[in-house]
Design a protein around this ligand. Structure first.
Ligand SMILES: NC(=O)c1ccc[n+]([C@@H]2O[C@H](COP(=O)([O-])OP(=O)(O)OC[C@H]3O[C@@H](n4cnc5c(N)ncnc54)[C@H](OP(=O)(O)O)[C@@H]3O)[C@@H](O)[C@H]2O)c1
Length: 267
C-alpha cells in the first residue's frame, strides 16, 4: 500500500508499538516525525531504520504530560513538514509512574495517567487537526480491556484514563467528520518488544504462556508490526468511512469468555 507524500507524527515512537507503527508507515512511503521523551538514542535508531525505507524524517522531544510541550512539538512538526496527515497518540509513562490500586494510588500517579492519555489526546488531536488537510487520520492507542474491567487493580488509574481517552475519540470523530478526518482508537492485545519486556521475567512468561495456551485464539502475542499494519490500513483513503471506533487488534483475544476455562472454549 502506498501512502507516499504523507506526513505522520507518532508519539512514543522511539520504542515499542510506536516504533512498529513508524516503521510500517515509513514502508508505505510516509515521512515520519519520531517522538521520544528521555531516550534520544532509541529515537535516533528508529529514524535510522526509517531512512532505510527510503523516506526522510525528523526527531521531536516532549513530555506528553505537559500540554505546553505538546503544543510546541506540533508547532515544530508543522514548521518542518509544512503539514500533517497522520497523528498517532501512543506515548505512555513508565509503569511505576501510575501502577497502583484504587486504595493507594497517589494523585500524582492518577495525574500521570490522565495527563498522558485523555489530556494529551485533547491537546494533541486539536493541534494536529489544525495542521491537517481534509481527509487526515488521528489515532489513539488504548487498552480497552483495562477500561472496562477491574481485576488488574494497579491498572485503576491507567484503565480509567484509557476509558476517558476512548470517549474523547468518539467526540473528536464527530467534531472532525465534516472534514473527512477520521479518529479511531486501536486496542492491541499483549504485544512483544514493548512494555511487556520491562516486566519481571516470571510475569512475562506467565502472560506469554496464557496467550499461547489459548487465551489468544491465534496462539501468539502481537507484535509492534501487527499494530503498524493496522494504522497503515486505516490511513488509506479506502478506510475513510471508519471513524469513532475502538478497533481491537489482538488475534481474537477479546472474543474469549472470561468465565469459561480456555481449554473448554478452544477444545
Ligand atoms: N505493550 C502492550 O502490550 C500494549 C497493549 C495494549 C495497549 N498498549 C498501548 O500502546 C501504547 C504503547 O505501549 P508500549 O508498550 O509500546 O510502550 P513502551 O514500549 O513502554 O514505550 C513507551 C513510549 O512512550 C514514551 N514516553 C514515556 N513517558 C513519556 C512521557 N512522559 N512523555 C512522552 N513520552 C513518553 C517513551 O519514550 P522514551 O523512549 O524516550 O522513554 C516510549 O517511546 C501505550 O499507549 C499502551 O497503553 C500497549
Amino acid at each position: 500500500m502506498s501512502l507516499t507524500g504523507k506526513h505522520a507524527l507518532i508519539t512514543g515512537s522511539s520504542r515499542g508499538i510506536g516504533r512498529g507503527i513508524a516503521l510500517k508507515l515509513a514502508d508505505a512511503g510516509v515521512k515520519i516525525a519520531v517522538h521520544y521523551y528521555q531516550n534520544e538514542r532509541a529515537a535516533k535508531d528508529t529514524l535510522a531504520a526509517i531512512r532505510k525505507h527510503g523516506v526522510e524524517g525528523m526527531i521531536v522531544q516532549a513530555d506528553v504530560t505537559k500540554p505546553a510541550e505538546i503544543t510546541a512539538m506540533l508547532g515544530k512538526v508543522k514548521k518542518d513538514f509544512g503539514k500533517l496527515d497522520i497523528f498517532v497518540s501512543n506515548a505512555r509513562p513508565e509503569v511505576p509512574e501510575f501502577f497502583q490500586g484504587p486504595m493507594d494510588i497517589t494523585l500524582e500517579q492518577w495525574n500521570a495517567a490522565f495527563d498522558s492519555q485523555a489530556k494529551a489526546f485533547l491537546v494533541g488531536a486539536r493541534e494536529a487537526a489544525a495542521s491537517m488537510n481534509d481527509g487526515g487520520r488521528i489515532f489513539a492507542l488504548t487498552y480497552a480491556e483495562g477500561s472496562r474491567t477491574g481485576g488488574l487493580l494497579p491498572w485503576a488509574g491507567m484503565g480509567s484514563a484509557k476509558a476517558a481517552l476512548e470517549s474523547l475519540v468518539r467526540y473528536f470523530a464527530v467534531a472532525l467528520a465534516k472534514r473527512g478526518i477520521t479518529v479511531n482508537a486501536i486496542s492491541p492485545g499483549w504485544t512483544e518488544d514493548s512494555v511487556l519486556n520491562t516486566l519481571p521475567t516470571q510475569a512475562q512468561e506467565l502472560i506469554r504462556n496464557w496467550h499461547v495456551r489459548g487465551w489468544t485464539p491465534m496462539g501468539r502475542l502481537g507484535t509492534p508490526e501487527d499494530i503498524g499494519n493496522v494504522v497503515t490500513l486505516l490511513s488509506s483513503e479506502q478506510a475513510g468511512w471508519i471513524t469513532g471506533q475502538v478497533i481491537y487488534a489482538d488475534g481474537g483475544a477479546s472474543l474469549m469468555n472470561p468465565e469459561v476455562p480456555t481449554e473448554i472454549q478452544i477444545g
